[in-house]
Write a protein that binds this ligand. Structure first.
Ligand code: 13P
Length: 341
């Protein structure tokens, strides 16, 4: 396929296809495995991810790319085939998480800054050789208005880091996924999420312009506009769609390669219903699809449970969620389709 950044970005958001975020750090995947009673070892992590990457129905029809963690991009399947080759054989593009995680921002209790810029040019060159054609960097913006979180300093520092990361990616021939995640964990209402997301995206695009990043060769990975979990309110798909699209029309240039949402702690069906509602009120200036971690993997993880005998059932569970999100990316999903599983 073409190596031009804008062509890679277009392939990542090709009609009805989306990204599988399988880039959990070793700490995060351990938490997921704890839930299903599986010990987290290099082999169990490999077996689990190999199960997904060999799920040919899901991978060939619905998945445009896979975000990997450093360990996984180096791993080989049980038969010795590099996992990257299995992904490529399905037609999907391998990608890589390159940030080093969100750390406390000095002087600003409750805020974080994502680290990982030092040495990034060299790491990107290595990942390119291993087959990665896109990368991910996640900034984390929490909301706790009573404590002054997020601060303007946190929003500005994270936007600046995202822009430096994006410029280095493009220099290396890699499409940057820029992910400024406004968390849905707080007690805030949906309009507060809208306001903080607006401040975050405004600053992000100011920094991307200043860093001379070519927007056509970038993908935005945003949160949806939602009420915080601790508010006790669940926003309806109609309200989420209306406020999310209003936000993007105000802040996100039409020139970017596309938009691929994170799921952020929404339930599987919520993440699908909201994406569907967003696309159903189109047409929009950008493609809007999924880049889900939890909302694609929770069902297959549960079905797998660490047992080789469950691989086919887990692959079927993955295919179902990927199919539902494929339909949502086209605005063609219906709640009744969920029962088919
Ligand atoms: P979730 O969909 O589980 O939020 O994960 C997506 C992701 O890659 C977060 O960085």
């Amino acid at each position: 396929m073409s190596e031009r950044l804008e062509d890679i970005a277009a392939a990542m958001v090709a009609d009805g296809k989306g990204l599988l975020a399988a880039d959990e750090s070793s700490g995060t995947i351990k938490k997921r495995f704890d839930v299903i009673g599986v010990e987290s070892t290099a082999d169990s992590r490999r077996d689990y991810r190999e199960m997904m990457f060999r799920a040919s129905e899901a991978m060939t029809k619905y998945i445009s790319g896979v975000i990997l963690y450093d360990e996984t991009i180096h791993q080989k399947a049980a038969d010795g085939t590099p996992l990257v080759d299995i992904i490529k054989a399905s037609g999907a593009i391998p990608g890589i998480k390159v940030d080093a995680g969100a750390k406390p921002l000095a002087g600003f209790p409750g805020d974080t800054i994502t680290e990982g810029l030092d040495g990034l040019r060299e790491r990107l060159a290595d990942y390119y050789k291993l087959g990665a054609r896109f990368a991910k960097w996640r900034a984390v913006i929490d909301i706790d208005v009573s404590k002054g979180v997020p601060s303007a300093t946190s929003i500005a520092s994270n936007a600046h880091a995202l822009a430096r990361y994006a410029a280095l990616c493009q220099e290396a021939g890699i499409v940057p996924i820029v992910e400024p995640e406004v968390l849905m964990d707080g007690a805030h209402d949906i309009d507060t999420c809208y306001e903080i997301s607006k401040a975050t995206l405004t600053k992000l695009y100011t920094e991307l312009y200043a860093a001379r990043v070519a927007l056509e060769g970038t993908i935005l990975k945003p949160n949806m506009v939602l009420a915080g979990k601790k508010s006790g309110k669940v926003s309806s798909p109609g309200e989420v769609a209306e406020k999310t699209i209003k936000l993007f029309r105000e802040t996100v240039p039409a020139a970017i390669g596309g938009i691929a949402f994170l799921s952020g702690g929404q339930s599987d069906e919520e993440a699908t219903a909201n994406l569907n509602a967003i696309n159903a009120i189109g047409p929009h200036p950008w493609k809007l699809t999924f880049s889900y971690g939890r909302a694609l993997q929770a069902a297959p993880q549960k079905a797998w449970g660490g047992k080789a005998a469950n691989v086919a059932a887990a692959q079927a569970a993955f295919a179902h969620r990927a199919h539902m999100n494929h339909l949502a990316a086209l605005g063609q999903w219906q709640p009744t389709l969920e029962q088919a599983a």
